[in-house]
Design a protein. Structure first.
Lengths: 349, 77
């Protein structure tokens, strides 16, 4: 609850350490802080753990919720899947080393937070950005770009590196003390880890390679392949989810296969049976396989041989593969599994 | 006090929490909401969300592949 005359800020909470520390620094200055977290569809958080059976044994938590609970603040999770498409498809500032539009993404999220702050009468916005931490979005020259393009301007406070930046409105107005902001910079995590220890935070998330699938090369290559195959740069949430799951192979330009690698993935792919022609092996255990594209009879035969290759019957002379249409009509093909060297490496996406 | 249900089966984290959050905004304090999920992550996420936002997590039961979580809407300022 906001006390009389207490200033309020909305903090972008990713679930990682930096945003947690930034929010805590403001709370220590008697600012009422609430968190905001955006679901773009590309978040690494949760999905792969929820899908893969081997990961289900691990205790699972949503790190943004964990951060909010640890800090004792509210967290508002916002679905931005549809609005975010324009960021991914038409990034004004281009992509990073993969399909990651980091600068546009940060501008978009701060802009959404600014909109939320205005609607809910909050005074300013907090992020956990650190100068020099990320090559695209967290540089001294790009930080003013984010503040300007988001519309947040001088209501955007970066408590972890604020000492290196011009004074913001909350500093000028005396809502917060600039001397208590930090002057972190660079890629080293040591200052953040020391501050976390000082604040008593342990067990915080330490994601390797960031929290977004678009920074991953394999995932980005699959997205580009999807756009090329469809001849248009667009996607739905189901596409984004399916790119995270299974082996992806494109044996011919006109079709792609998504091959479940284990029981959890097979169960997940089962949910898409009515949207794709799919395959499964009958006389031995094997993957569930979705076929995306327009397939000729010879393509179906080839796909069945590949499906057999990834089954327990890969060394048999013949495997029975059931091909099931979108309306559930099945037929059985008796095929010889392809050998490993009959599947060229460039079929794998 | 009224009772409501929400079907988020087939959705993965964090969509069950987002749909719960959006549904609860339409309800009154004291109302109960029964959420039908399939993502096991909801088992930890929805109770955590309740604790953060001032709602009361009541219980969880399983029915076949469904995970059914009950929450009571708290006072919202």
């Amino acid at each position: 609850m906001i006390m009389t005359n207490q200033r309020s800020a909305v903090a972008l909470i990713s679930g990682g350490l930096d945003s947690m520390l930034a929010a805590k620094l403001m709370m220590q200055q008697n600012i009422h802080v609430e968190g905001i977290n955006f679901f773009t569809g590309f978040c690494v958080e949760g999905h792969t753990h929820a899908i893969r059976k081997k990961d289900k044994q691990k205790t699972k938590r949503n790190n943004a919720l964990w951060v909010a609970e640890t800090l004792g603040i509210k967290l508002h999770i916002i679905d931005v899947v549809d609005e975010y498409k324009d960021v991914v498809i038409n990034p004004k500032h281009g992509y990073g080393s993969n399909m990651n539009p980091c600068l546009d993404c940060k501008g978009f999220m701060v802009g959404k937070a600014q909109q939320w702050a205005t609607e809910n009468n909050f005074d300013f916005i907090i992020t956990g950005e650190v100068i020099g931490q990320r090559p695209m979005s967290q540089r001294k020259d790009t930080m003013p770009v984010i503040a300007r393009e988001s519309g947040a301007f001088d209501r955007l406070v970066r408590p972890l590196c604020g000492r290196h930046l011009p004074a913001t409105l909350p500093e000028q107005q005396g809502w917060i003390d600039r001397n208590l902001l930090k002057g972190f910079s660079g890629r080293s995590r040591k200052p953040q880890m020391a501050l976390a220890a000082e604040m008593g935070f342990v067990d915080y998330a330490q994601p390797a390679g960031g929290c977004c699938f678009l920074t991953d090369k394999t995932y980005s290559d699959r997205l580009v392949d999807l756009w090329q195959a469809r001849n248009q740069r667009n996607y739905e949430l189901d596409d984004v989810m399916l790119l995270k799951v299974g082996r992806h192979l494109r044996p011919q330009p006109n079709f792609k296969m998504i091959v479940g690698r284990e029981e959890g993935e097979n169960n997940f792919l089962e949910g898409y049976r009515r949207q794709f022609i799919h395959m499964r092996t009958l006389n031995c255990s094997g993957p569930l396989v979705l076929l995306d594209g327009e397939l000729t009879p010879s393509d179906i035969e080839l796909a069945a041989q590949i499906t057999a290759r990834f089954s327990q019957g890969k060394s048999l002379d013949n495997v029975d593969v059931e091909v099931i249409s979108k309306d559930g009509v099945g037929r059985i093909l008796h095929v010889r599994p392809l050998s490993e060297n009959q599947i060229p490496q460039d079929w794998y996406l | 006090m009224s009772h409501y249900t929400l079907d988020v089966r087939g959705l993965l984290c964090p969509m069950p929490v987002i749909r719960t959050q959006n549904k609860v905004k339409e309800l009154q304090a004291g109302d109960t909401l029964e959420i039908f999920c399939t993502d096991p992550g909801a088992n930890s996420d929805i109770p955590a969300w309740c604790r953060i936002m001032g709602h009361k997590y009541l219980d969880t039961r399983e029915q076949g592949n469904d995970i059914i979580i009950r929450v009571e809407v708290g006072e919202v300022d």
